[in-house]
Design a protein around this ligand. Structure first.
Ligand SMILES: Nc1ncnc2c1ncn2[C@@H]1O[C@H](COP(=O)(O)OP(=O)(O)OP(=O)(O)O)[C@@H](O)[C@H]1O
Ligand SMILES: [Mg+2]
Length: 316
């Protein structure tokens, strides 16, 4: 059995009356990609911030590579690399200058730092742009330099907080491939996302986080078993169709419909039997004026699991 590199026990964080994280426990094993999957405001960044010693937990403890939180923040920081959700780069400096700045924060310098910067730039595929100022970079390239900064001091464990938000599909592809390469080279990664597809593609195990709590944890196969024999209907709405908001409730009362949620330009409906429920669901969509472009019938995926457990969509 693999050894845990991170153990979080009952971590809590309150900001005034707002309990952002309400007692979260999980472990990350050496060599795995562990994803925290959850919607906006679920508590992902707050959890990462506690585990990277940027904020103090209100309660609970954690251990990373044998070092305690709270307590051993210097040792914890040496063991981890952090790729923050907000890009942490100076626009008016070049990529190399930014990385030199980050390296110095980790007590690196001289030739070893220069060589390491060459390595991480190569790793993120931006060696040829090293001398360009960050302000000339695309969003996806900035994200890759952000990742390079997190790798500089060769951490044992890398935190990546929604590293693909707001970038084009091609850059996203590059970053997802990079995450897997890092894992294949032996890095352990704690990855947060609200994209089900990313969690499904990358993760060895997934923790589903909602409203400050871990509501499920396991491999994708274990998690999809939670929804049992259900199937999912995914209604793709016409592009100019506004989000149906509260309107999804009209599906809930139909026979054979277990839960429904609106996500982007889609309505997702968990049903007992797709063939039996489909006609009634499509008819009801027509009654409330939804224009449907196509309908997919899917086996349960992580989005269906989230809907099953919360009655809501991952992005609403
Ligand atoms: N510094 C802070 N002060 C007060 N409230 C905060 C602070 N940071 C986070 N919160 C609140 O804590 C809750 C969890 O926020 P958090 O940023 O951890 O969520 P998240 O899962 O990372 O969401 P997102 O996907 O939007 O990044 C939210 O209600 C947020 O408003
Ligand atoms: Mg966040």
């Amino acid at each position: 059995m693999k050894q845990p590199i991170l153990i979080a026990q009952e971590l809590r964080k309150a900001f005034g009356d707002n309990e952002a994280v309400r007692g979260i426990s999980f472990s990350v094993m050496r060599g795995e990609i562990f994803s925290l999957l959850g919607p906006n405001g679920a508590g992902k960044t707050t959890t990462i911030n506690m585990l990277s010693c940027l904020i103090e937990p209100t309660g609970g403890t954690a251990e990373i590579a044998g070092h305690a939180i709270p307590g051993d923040s210097l040792d914890v920081r040496r063991a981890i690399g952090v790729v923050p959700q907000e890009i942490a780069l100076y626009d008016s400096l070049t990529a190399r200058q930014n990385l030199e700045f980050w390296g110095k924060l980790y007590d690196m310098g001289g030739k070893p730092l220069a060589m390491r910067i060459d390595e991480v730039l190569e790793q993120v595929g931006l060696s040829d742009r090293a001398k360009d100022k960050i302000k000339t970079y695309s969003g996806g390239m900035k994200r890759r330099i952000n990742i390079a900064a997190g790798l500089l001091h060769k951490p044992q464990l890398l935190f990546m907080d929604e590293p693909t938000v707001g970038i084009d599909p091609q850059s996203r592809r590059r970053i997802l491939d990079m995450v897997r390469e890092l894992r294949d080279q032996g890095m352990t990664i704690l990855y947060t996302t609200h994209y089900m597809e990313e969690a499904e593609e990358l993760s060895d195990r997934v923790g589903i986080i909602d409203q400050g709590r871990l509501i499920a944890l396991g491999t994708q196969v274990e998690l999809t078993k939670l929804v049992g024999e259900q199937e999912t209907l995914r209604l793709h709405l016409a592009e100019d169709m506004p989000l149906p908001d509260g309107k999804v409730d009209v599906f809930a009362g139909l026979e054979g419909v277990l839960s429904a949620a609106a996500v982007d330009h889609q309505v997702i409906v968990n049903v007992a039997d797709a063939g039996e429920a489909l006609p009634a669901v499509v008819a009801r969509a027509g009654e409330i004026g939804l224009r449907i472009r196509s309908v997919d019938i899917e086996e349960p995926n992580l989005e269906a699991v989230f809907l099953h457990l919360t009655g809501r969509g991952l992005r609403d």
